[in-house]
Structures are given as structure tokens and as C-alpha cells.
Design a protein around this ligand. Structure first.
Ligand code: DLL
Length: 438
């Protein structure tokens, strides 16, 4: 296929050009926050970075990180760099504890966000006239409206259905001839399941692609979704504090998610020491926005773990690619001293044919020791097997988990459709040590 771009000179720019653009835009951003956000004025004064004479992108590393806690302490509007009158939109991301974080956009920020997403959709070979069923939640969550403006900017048709009401989702998909589904990967699986119950033949529909993100998902889940919905599934990443969806997205090659480097500078750091990790080693992603006016963030710690690849991609794009995030550092479970990511468990489970892609990891303390159980749903035919056969099946999965991860994990097989389905971000872990309940 011919290589096509929405903005070729930017998308295929040499590293030197990318860095020059970044340096200039970073300087403007630093001046903006220095003059308008007290929090950053103090920060820059303390670390001795002079925004007016900022010339070397390497100096960015002298500036301390911004954390979610900083945003919470400045709740709701102290991080805004523009007055109301210029701010045209507020989103918010709910936390489990304390104040939510609030994010704000000027008209130009909304414009930039739409252009970034349009460019990403184009890189997936989606075009003007394609029909997008946007099943990300509309509201304070950035998923719905974020994708929406990108779809319109591309010239696509946006169907703002939002999440939920799964039977209606399927009817819309059939009646409105949706080409593309946008939602969380866990909701895509739920839609596939309800469709199957209703006797829908997805290969007979127009659906050809899915843009999935907002939660970690493995390549095994990707294969399941592709098989069940008969589409090609792509990963999109982002977080409210940086902008929302579109911080990075796969291209049609599916070999990592290109970070929109003309708008966001990405670094990977060691979460313990805060030092930048060398080369393409795994670390915590840290982002600096360089075009956002309403609420820029400088060196925002995401807690998401990934690694960066700077080689030119087969699609011709040069913007750095991040690997599929393996999870958040705060989702990492420490079980009797061993670090375990939910995604490692998912990877093992999804390689077992008879298991459905619905599971829950339950962690608890028994006699002062950490124990981890995995509840997994099995297909109808397996569940009707004799008790003995089920026990053998359970221990065969336990064995696979032990060989891959190195700790004992109890497997509890569950009847089909007993694990709660999600219409947005799935809850995969219940940590009873923190008082959570299944
Ligand atoms: O989830 C923005 C978004 C909406 C991204 C729709 C993609 C699609 P938040 O609610 O602020 O924003 O949550 C951000 O979700 O720090 C990651 O931990 C996780 N996350 C987002 N996308 C991915 C992904 C939106 N593709 C947090 N893979 C982030 C893994 C993801 N984790």
C-alpha cells in the first residue's frame, strides 16, 4: 500500500527537526506556566531553569516531576494557565480517594487534540466518510468527546452513542452500518458476547476496525476481539492530565504506539530513583505537553510502565513508539516478595483455549501471608465436565501460571457469565488487603 499521511512533514520528520520543534514549543510552554501558574513559577525558580533563555531540551531533566498529588493539591483550578473566557472545556478524572483531577482546554487545545486524533485515525487507514460508533463514555471522562472531535476532523461520521445499553449498540451497528467501533477492549468483548447471544453474524456487518484503549489489554485479548468481532483492533493510549486519548496510538503496522511528539515530550524513568532509563529499557512514562495552553503539565508522572523505540516505523513515521503499556506501577501486586502484573496473568490465561476472556484477580492475606486467586470463566462445554476433570483442568492452569510467573496462584473456575462485565474500564483486581470486595 502507498504510504499516506495527513501531515507528512511532521509525521516523518528527522529526529533533529523533531527536537528543534520540541525545544521551541517547550520554551513557549515554560514561559506560559512561569507567568501564569504559581505552582510552576516556584518550581522553575527553585530548580534554576530560566524559561526565557531555555535552549537545550536536555535541561528539561532538571525540572522536578509533576504528580497526580500536585494536581489534587491545586484542585480545582490552580493549575490553569489561562483565564475563563479562554478556557472552553473542563474534563475530570475521578480518583478512588481524595479530590478528582480537573483538566482544562482552550479552543486551540481542542483544535490540536482533534487534529492529533484525526492523524492517528488516518494512520490506521481510516478515511473521510467512515462511520465511527463511539462507545466511549461521553461526559467528564475524556474518551467520548476526545475521540468525537478527532473523528469529525478526519471527516468521519461520528455516532455519539456513549457506553452502555449493549443491545442498542448492536442494533446501531447493524442499522447505521458502523465501520469502526471505539470503546474499551473489555466493552468490545462484552458487545461481542451479547451479539453472539442474539445470533449476530459479525462477519455480515460493515464493522472493520476497532480503536480500543483506556485500560491495559494484552495482544492475546486483541486476538480474541479480532476473532469475535471480525475486525482489526488497534490500541490508543492517553490520560486526562496530558490531554485524554491520543497521546499515542498505533498505526496500521501495530508495532507500538506512536507518541504525537510534536505535542508531547515523552521520557521513561526508573520509578524508584526518578532517573531516566537508558535506551529502550522499561520504565515509567513521563509526559510534558508542549502545545497545550489551558493546562500544560511539565514532566507528569503517569505510573504507566512501557518502553520506547526510536527506529523509523515501517509506515514511514518517525515519531517514537511506546510498547503496549504493561500496566501501572500502582497496579503491580507484590505477592510474597514477587512482583506480579495483572497483564502477566492475563497473558497466561488467554493462551488456554477453553478459558473465556473474563477473569478477576483476588488478593488476600491468610495467616499473615499474601495469597492470590484467579477467578476465570470457562466455556459452557468445559463447565459441564465431571468434577474430577475440572480439578485437573484447574491444576493444569495453576501449573502454567507457576511456570510463567514463579508463584503459586489458586485458580477457581467459574460458571459462564458470572464475572461482572464492564461497559467502561474493567476492574480486574480486587485487593482484599485494602478492604476491597469482589
Ligand atoms: O483513559 C483516556 C483514554 C480514553 C485513552 C479513551 C484511550 C481511550 P484516564 O481516565 O485519565 O484517561 O486514564 C488514564 O488509563 O494512565 C493508563 O493507566 C490507562 N490507559 C489509557 N489508555 C491505555 C492503553 C483515559 N491503551 C489511564 N493501554 C492511563 C493501557 C491505558 N492503559
Amino acid at each position: 500500500m502507498a504510504l499516506e499521511f495527513l501531515n507528512e512533514s511532521i509525521e516523518t520528520a528527522d529526529r533533529k527537526i523533531i527536537e528543534d520543534i520540541q525545544t521551541e514549543r517547550l520554551r513557549n510552554t515554560l514561559v506560559n506556566v512561569y507567568e501564569n501558574v504559581l505552582f510552576y513559577k516556584k518550581r522553575l525558580d527553585d530548580c534554576g531553569v530560566d524559561p526565557y533563555n531555555f535552549k537545550d531540551i536536555g535541561e528539561l531533566q532538571k525540572i522536578p516531576f509533576t504528580t497526580k498529588e500536585d494536581l489534587r493539591l491545586n484542585y480545582p483550578f490552580h493549575m490553569l494557565a489561562r483565564p475563563f473566557g479562554e478556557i472552553v472545556r473542563i474534563h475530570s478524572s475521578s480518583g478512588t480517594t481524595g479530590n478528582p483531577t480537573v483538566v482544562a482546554y482552550t479552543g486551540r487545545d481542542i483544535e490540536m487534540w482533534g487534529s492529533v486524533i484525526a492523524r492517528q485515525l488516518f494512520s490506521l487507514n481510516l478515511r473521510r466518510g467512515d462511520i465511527f460508533q463511539n462507545s466511549y463514555g461521553y461526559g467528564l471522562f475524556t474518551g467520548g468527546l476526545g475521540l468525537h472531535y478527532g473523528i469529525e476532523k478526519l471527516g468521519g461520521v461520528a455516532i455519539p452513542v456513549s457506553g452502555g445499553n449493549t443491545e442498542r449498540q448492536i442494533k446501531i451497528m447493524q442499522d447505521f452500518l458502523s465501520d469502526v467501533l471505539c470503546c474499551t477492549p473489555s466493552y468490545a468483548l462484552h458487545i461481542a458476547e451479547v451479539g453472539k447471544e442474539l445470533g449476530v453474524d459479525f462477519s455480515g456487518l460493515s464493522l472493520k476496525a476497532g480503536i480500543f484503549g483506556a485500560e491495559p489489554w494484552t495482544n492475546q485479548i486483541r486476538k480474541e476481539i479480532e476473532k469475535r468481532l471480525k475486525i482489526s483492533a488497534y490500541d490508543i493510549y492517553g490520560l486526562s492530565e496530558v490531554i485524554g486519548p491520543g497521546v499515542s496510538c498505533e498505526c496500521y503496522c501495530k508495532k507500538g504506539l506512536h507518541v504525537a511528539e510534536d505535542n508531547f515530550i515523552v521520557e521513561t524513568i526508573d520509578p524508584k530513583t526518578g532517573k531516566n532509563v537508558p535506551g529502550s529499557e522499561t520504565g515509567e512514562l513521563v509526559f510534558t505537553t508542549i502545545t497545550k495552553e489551558g493546562m500544560p503539565v511539565i514532566r507528569y508522572r503517569t505510573k504507566d510502565l512501557s518502553n520506547l523505540v526510536y527506529d523509523k516505523c515501517e509506515c514511514g513515521r518517525t515519531h517514537v513508539r511506546m510498547a503496549k503499556p504493561i500496566g501501572r506501577s500502582d497496579d503491580m501486586l507484590i505477592i510474597r516478595g514477587v512482583n506480579v502484573f495483572p497483564s502477566q496473568i492475563e497473558e497466561v490465561l488467554m493462551n488456554v483455549k477453553e478459558i473465556e476472556p473474563h477473569y478477576l484477580i483476588v488478593v488476600e492475606k491468610r495467616n499473615f501471608l499474601d495469597f492470590i486467586e484467579v477467578w476465570v470463566e470457562v466455556s459452557e462445554n468445559i463447565f459441564s465436565e465431571k468434577m474430577n476433570a475440572l480439578e485437573i483442568f484447574e491444576s493444569s492452569i495453576e501449573h502454567k501460571l507457576y511456570s510463567a510467573i514463579g508463584i503459586n496462584i489458586d485458580v477457581k473456575l467459574k460458571e459462564p457469565k458470572t464475572i461482572k462485565r464492564s461497559e467502561g474500564k474493567a476492574r480486574r483486581v480486587v485487593d482484599m488487603r485494602k478492604g476491597e470486595k469482589p
